[in-house]
Design a protein around this ligand. Structure first.
Ligand code: SER
Length: 589
């Protein structure tokens, strides 16, 4: 099975179920300031999932090009890619769970389709939680189709819930499908989600019936939608019995070319070959996109620059001294231009931009590496300070991740917080904002909000410890970039007080305290010494969140499970808000 065969089968199948085939959207999102790149099939369809009519109708299927750079450091292992294609079928308020599951089953097991034996499949469904019932319905549909009961697993939100793609938007419980490998040595408790490799997810049917709003509430959507996603590369690997994603023909073709240019063999330099192969594919697609991004120091351009320079550096490790990425891009374009006409149209531009960027980088790479060598004299276990890391970026064009990679190869660290401080001063961008953006991938956003939310509790307590028990929360506001916390206090905080508060919070983070909650009445909460807003609006029962022995506060949640995941807390600003109320802006890095 090849990528093209899988894509064709999938689209043919859904055409036979009266779906309109729609083209892939651009990799650059429209009207979504929270994301640099399209990261899933549903992402460009958000307005239609929210109820706007789609010109092609209520049943759609497509192959969407996607970029996820959140795990860029893992590229080179057996599974991670920064560019991938995702197959999807969509119901915009048309069919729902029953048909979606029946068609998934038919496509996976049907003789003329993927023809996977039922014994090689397992599925998961949502186990339910307060307010959202256990998905007995979907389990029932799977069972009726012939899935044995012991191949249907009920799983919690962390496994069986998808979305929203950003901080807000459509989302819902899902049912995931797994290819089952033989792993007789794993424990009897092994189930989907186990890392042993027995269960590999190949498809996800999301039952999108909620919209997460700005207050974090899940409100029913105006229509019930289906959003499904099947990763093309991964599914081909699984179905063709290959060991890893780089064994697909497309990567092999790129590797043959790298062997020809470098005179080195893939088997001897696997990691560098894989990084170059992955990064040239994503760079070619970004440069060749309808919206044509160029390398730069901000936003999508920075990600692109990072991809090109990292590929170029690994080329150097293979002994290549001339720009070579343009020659590889030609292969990528040839392989993909049948499906993506824009690549052919933008071919000259792609090659020119790659050559320009590589040339520029090669001019400074040598000197930059010499500068880096000097740092080695300070010995291993040395931390490269932020200014030096920023100079390597500013003067020699080393993206932070490259300095980190070089440092790690020598057993050294980089003070990344200080790097982002310097970057911020330079770019007039907030550090957390810049860093968050470059991490890419929308999935992080709700996670970062949750972290900030937990940090407000730690800050609240630290302020009371430092300034006194008159401190009470007056308001709070969280974005992906920072938290804002208003509290009662009559005077400006001194630098010492600010430092003390930061230290207390960071100490509380370091202690990695467990976070838990209990429901109780307001008088019980008061008796337990909980702080927080004891207002009527909470009703009779309130939730009390406890963080180790440090903080106890009335709150609706959500919070992280352990304080240790928050990172480093820093107060960016302390100012007057209104009479007797101060305002703190703080970041986690
Ligand atoms: N949105 C879901 C995913 O990305 C299904 O398409 O997995």
């Amino acid at each position: 099975m090849t990528l093209s065969e899988l894509k064709k089968k999938y689209l043919d199948f859904f055409k036979s179920k009266e779906h309109a085939i729609v083209p892939s959207a651009s990799l650059i999102p429209d009207n979504d300031p929270t994301a640099l790149f399209i990261n899933s099939g549903m992402h460009p369809l958000v307005p239609y999932l929210l109820g706007q009519p789609h010109p092609a109708g209520k049943r759609l299927a497509d192959v969407q090009k996607c970029i996820r750079t959140g795990d860029i450091e893992d590229v080179g292992d057996n599974t991670h890619l920064t560019f991938f294609e995702m197959l999807g079928n969509w119901s915009l308020g048309d069919y729902f769970k029953k048909e979606a599951i029946e068609w998934s089953f038919e496509f996976l097991t049907g003789k003329e389709w993927l023809n996977i034996p039922i014994s090689k499949l397992a599925v998961t469904v949502f186990e339910g939680e307060e307010g959202i019932p256990r998905d007995e319905f979907s389990a029932g549909v799977w069972e009726k189709l012939g899935m044995p009961k012991d191949s249907i697993f009920f799983m919690p939100r962390e496994d069986n819930w998808w979305g929203p793609a950003g901080q807000t938007g459509p989302c819902g419980p899902d049912s995931e499908m797994f290819f089952v490998f033989d792993k007789p040595d794993c424990s009897p408790k092994c189930r989907p989600g186990c890392k042993c490799g027995k269960y590999v997810e190949i498809w996800n049917d999301v039952f999108m019936e909620f919209n997460k709003n700005a207050e974090g509430k899940y409100v029913p959507l105006v229509q019930q939608n289906i959003d499904t996603g099947m990763g093309v590369e991964r599914t081909v690997v699984v179905l063709s019995g290959k060991n890893n994603v780089y064994e697909i023909d497309e990567f092999q073709a790129i590797f043959r070319k790298i062997e020809e240019i470098s005179g080195k063999k893939y088997v001897d330099f696997q990691k560098s070959f894989r990084i170059i192969g992955d990064h040239i594919r994503s760079s070619t697609f970004i440069l060749g996109d309808q919206k044509g991004i160029s390398p730069s120091n901000v936003d999508q351009g920075y990600i692109l620059r990072r991809l090109i320079r990292r590929a170029s550096r690994h080329g150097k490790l293979l002994g290549i001294t001339e720009p070579f990425l343009g020659r590889l891009a030609v292969i990528v374009i040839d392989l993909y231009s049948n499906d993506y006409a824009e690549l052919k149209q933008n071919k000259d531009r792609v090659i020119l931009e790659l050559e320009k960027e590589e040339q520029k980088f090669l001019e400074t790479l040598e000197k930059g590496l010499k500068e880096f060598e000097k740092l080695l004299k300070t010995g291993p276990e040395h931390t490269i300070d932020g200014k030096t890391a920023f100079d390597l970026f500013g003067t020699y064009g080393f993206p932070l991740e490259m300095t980190r990679e070089l440092a790690m190869e020598k057993g050294m660290n980089v003070d990344e917080t200080a790097f982002w401080e310097a970057y911020k001063a330079h770019q007039e961008l907030s550090r957390a904002g810049a860093e968050q953006k470059f991490k890419g991938g929308l999935a992080d956003h709700s996670e970062i909000s949750t972290k900030y939310h937990t940090a407000t509790h730690l800050l609240h307590k630290a302020l009371r410890m430092t300034l006194g028990n008159h401190v009470e929360q007056r308001g709070s506001n969280i974005t992906q970039e920072r938290m804002r916390f208003d509290f009662s206090h009559p005077t400006k905080m001194t630098p010492d007080e600010i430092k003390k508060v930061e230290d207390i919070v960071n100490e509380a983070i370091k202690r990695d305290m467990p976070v838990s909650w209990k429901e109780m009445t307001v008088p019980e909460a008061k008796a337990e010494g909980a702080i927080g807003l004891f207002e009527e609006k909470y009703g009779n029962q309130v939730k009390v969140y406890t963080m180790g022995d440090f903080s106890k506060e009335i709150c609706g949640g959500p919070h992280v499970e352990h304080t240790g995941t928050l990172g480093t807390f820093k107060i960016a600003k302390e100012e007057a808000c209104s009479a007797g109320v101060r305002r703190i802006k703080a970041v986690l890095t």
